[in-house]
Design a binder for this molecule. Structure first.
Ligand code: PXG
Length: 454
């Protein structure tokens, strides 16, 4: 990259000399040098070369209320001056964490009134695993340890999180999954549906849960965990038949249901939680990301009243983190939720921007590279294919990465998961900004097609 700013090179040198970046090929990054993002406002980022970029991914699915909201900075500053830290371990608490727990209970599905706080979504899922096993032990069924999850699901990057997730490339590094976690097929019709209709495939994929429960033995299964819509796996929206069938199966067997709401939670679908969107009635919900709009790290686990009633009888739950319910993070999360409520951001997604984005995105269906456009709320996916009718991919060309690079170079962040382009913009994106996003996306699809033909 030719540089307009000598500082860019200095920062890249610091990166090369001292930084190990997450989910990166260290050597390749050294050769190329990272793009340095210096500031942001609303839905836009700026890099150190002065390029303005529309952030179609809300950071990493998290910046719900957009960048640059002073109220969150003020909330953090005020809390830091008043009580920058205290823990919740030794029968103490502080006002921000208690007020936040109440604010979350107010927006969570009915009957989910308690929150265990963590520093991230991964820690939320680690907490889930330990809490599920503790719950069944209290109930006198300590064998109910196995958690059923899904291939290509994403549940974090700690040992438990990566094990719960179904990413084989993560499992390959370090003997994962840990024992007691098994995976079933995902409801990804576009690549795995074969000749089945989406509806028939949805039923087939849901039935894998029942088969797995019977194979492992219901007396050994503690919980099933799933994202309402798989995010990192490629914005995989299950066929309409999927969740109703899963709910039937869950009703038949005595296991807990955990909805991982780290991406779907806090308005992404146009409801407060993906579980509201699909009426899932889970026993636990993992949260993070949109909880603080990413301004400060925080995650947690929202727990159903009946589960809490059992935990109440179990003595100490020997689990927690130094930063569980950190007061500064709690103050920021509270202010974030206040803004979302006062500005009716979730309602606006539902009634205005989600329908508009979904309509505009589907116009890309006429593009020769596009095999499918799908989306819910402010989540969208564009499948890039060689042949629309057969859903055949361009094998071995890395089309998604080519398209992603064109996007970056043309002022748009759109992620590539294989040959699936995905978007999840800040929830405050306006219709005019959606127009800009779709126009840039089409341009980048054109450039990708030309590159493939050229
Ligand atoms: N569950 C889900 C559904 C997630 O999307 C986590 C748990 C873990 O959260 P933490 O806060 O521990 O990162 C996530 C995180 C990607 C990508 O490539 C997605 C996530 C994280 C990193 C990369 O889209 N999601």
């Amino acid at each position: 990259m030719t540089s307009n700013n000598p500082q860019t090179r200095e920062w890249q040198t610091l990166s090369n000399d001292h930084h190990l970046a997450p989910f990166s090929d260290f050597k390749q990054l050294k050769e190329k040098g990272p793009r340095i993002i210096t500031h942001a406002k609303g839905v836009y980022l700026w890099d150190s070369e002065g390029n303005q970029i529309l952030d179609g991914m809300a950071g990493l699915w998290c910046v719900a209320i957009g960048y640059g909201r002073d109220e969150l900075a003020d909330a953090a500053s005020k809390q830091m001056r008043e009580l920058p830290y205290y823990n919740l371990f030794f029968q103490t608490a502080h006002p921000p964490v208690l007020e936040l727990a109440k604010a979350i209970a107010d927006i969570a599905p009915q009957g989910m009134n308690h929150v265990f706080f963590t520093g991230s979504g991964s820690e939320g899922n680690d907490t889930m695993l330990r809490m599920v096993r503790h719950y069944w032990a209290i109930k006198g069924q300590p064998n109910k340890k196995v958690i059923i999850s899904r291939k290509n699901g994403y549940h974090g990057s700690t040992v438990a999180g990566a094990s719960l997730g179904g990413m084989t490339y993560m499992h390959e590094q370090g003997d994962l999954p840990i024992p007691g976690i098994v995976h079933i097929a995902q409801p990804y019709w576009f690549t795995e549906g074969g000749d089945m209709t989406p509806e028939a495939f949805g039923i087939w994929a849901a039935n894998q849960l029942e088969e797995k429960i019977l194979e492992v033995g219901v007396d050994n299964v503690g919980a099933f965990i799933a994202e309402p819509i798989q995010g990192a796996g490629g914005v995989i929206i299950p066929p309409d038949s999927y969740w109703p069938r899963i709910k039937e199966i869950l009703a038949k067997y005595d296991i807990l249901f955990v909805a991982d709401e780290v991406i779907c939670g806090f308005g992404r679908t146009g409801e407060w939680f993906g579980s509201d969107f699909y009426d899932l009635k889970p026993d636990m919900m993992t949260i993070a990301k949109g909880l603080t709009s990413g301004y400060i790290p925080m995650g947690g686990l929202i727990v159903r009243d009946e589960v809490v009633a059992v935990l109440n009888e179990g003595g100490d739950f020997n689990h927690g983190f130094t930063y569980s319910g950190h007061p500064v993070a709690a103050a920021v999360a509270l202010e974030n939720i206040r803004i979302m409520r006062d500005e009716k951001i979730v309602e606006r997604v539902k009634t205005e921007t989600a329908p508009y984005l979904q309509k505009r995105l589907r116009e890309l269906n006429d593009h020769p590279l596009v095999g499918e456009v799908r989306g819910v709320g402010l989540l969208g996916a564009i499948e890039l294919v060689q042949d629309k009718a057969t859903r055949k991919r361009y094998e071995g060309k890395g089309v998604g990465m080519i398209c992603r690079q064109f996007c970056f170079d043309n002022g748009l962040i759109m992620r590539a998961v294989g040959d699936t382009m995905i978007i999840a913009p800040p929830l405050v994106i306006t219709p005019a900004e959606i127009d800009e996003l779709v126009t840039k996306a089409r341009k980048c699809l054109d450039l990708t097609l030309s590159a493939l033909q050229g």
